[in-house]
Design a protein around this ligand. Structure first.
Ligand SMILES: [Zn+2]
Length: 290
């Protein structure tokens, strides 16, 4: 029996508070994940919720081998429906989104040295560079990294963040756009970000909100319910808690405007509910005294 009296769980302990024996929300089975997994790997994933702190996550261990396959050369080339099939074709949309996000950041930070972790095809870096930032990226996909180097003329490290050989205390801003949910150890990544930032530097993240209306209604059919690519399903509360545990101070949390909804309705919805949008953003600062 486990120490909470509910039996020994085979699921991973909570990455936020360390509790074992999470509650099972549902299973995404082989029929559901068939387009996302490869022969020889696990065919079903269990979505768990920590009974103590509420963190939602994939209960099974995911191997380095699978992660290597998931984010290999072809991730951004459209072989796989879960990847960024239309990313390159959607340049204008992404550039506009990142333009808006940089505008949002401007009252807090307006320039300096920025690192994009999981920079994909580099639209954020391109936009930041155009606005005068000194930009560089980290990206595991060699194909995507080459695209960024050639198309945007931006330096990209093809490595995991911890192994990229970056100088501690050297960045003003580190961005993780829709990246943290993919990482097996989000705390370790955030710690590395903390070390890489100058005192007074910022980390900015966006990720799905599992408390969103649509997630609550649709459950395992929610568009962002994508194991094993998405290993964590944060809420503003659980992400803020993780970021603060690492030593950051959260500055602001916002809802990303839902697409395909007329602007006035969108504005009203996000005013009346914290959970109107599928995606939220969070900005946090490394204290000057750190
Ligand atoms: Zn927990």
């Amino acid at each position: 029996m486990g120490d909470d009296g509910r039996g020994v769980s085979s699921f991973r302990p909570c990455a936020l508070c360390g509790a074992g024996s999470p509650d099972v929300l549902f299973v995404c089975d082989a029929a559901f994940v068939s387009s996302l997994v490869f022969a020889g790997h696990q065919q079903a994933y269990t979505i768990c919720k920590c009974a103590r702190c509420g963190l939602v996550y994939v209960g099974e261990e995911v191997s380095d081998a699978l992660l290597g396959e998931l984010y290999g050369a072809e991730y951004y080339q459209g072989r796989d429906a879960g990847g960024f099939t239309d990313y390159a074709a959607d340049e204008r949309k992404y550039r506009a989104r990142f333009h808006r996000r940089l505008e949002q950041l401007r009252p807090h930070i307006a320039g300096g040295r920025v690192l994009d972790v999981g920079c994909a095809l580099g639209w954020f870096l391109a936009e930041a560079k155009a606005q005068g930032w000194q930009a560089e990226g980290v990206e595991m996909s060699e194909h995507a990294a080459n695209f960024v180097r050639e198309t945007h003329g931006v330096h990209v490290h093809t490595a995991r963040l911890q192994e990229a050989g970056l100088e501690p205390g050297s960045f003003d801003l580190i961005a993780l756009w829709d990246t943290i949910e993919h990482l097996p150890d989000p705390r370790s990544i955030l710690r590395t970000c903390f070390d890489l930032l100058k005192p007074g530097g910022f980390v900015v993240l966006s990720t799905g909100n599992v408390d969103a209306w649509r997630s609550r209604v649709q459950g395992r059919n929610w568009a962002l319910m994508r194991p094993p690519k998405h290993l964590y399903y944060f809420t503003p509360k659980t992400l803020r808690s993780l970021v603060d545990q690492v030593g950051f101070a959260t500055v602001t949390v916002w809802q990303e405007p839902p697409q395909r909804i007329p602007a006035p309705i969108r504005a009203l919805a996000t005013r009346v509910s914290d959970n109107a949008a599928d995606i939220f953003g969070l900005l946090a600062v490394k204290p000057e005294s750190a």
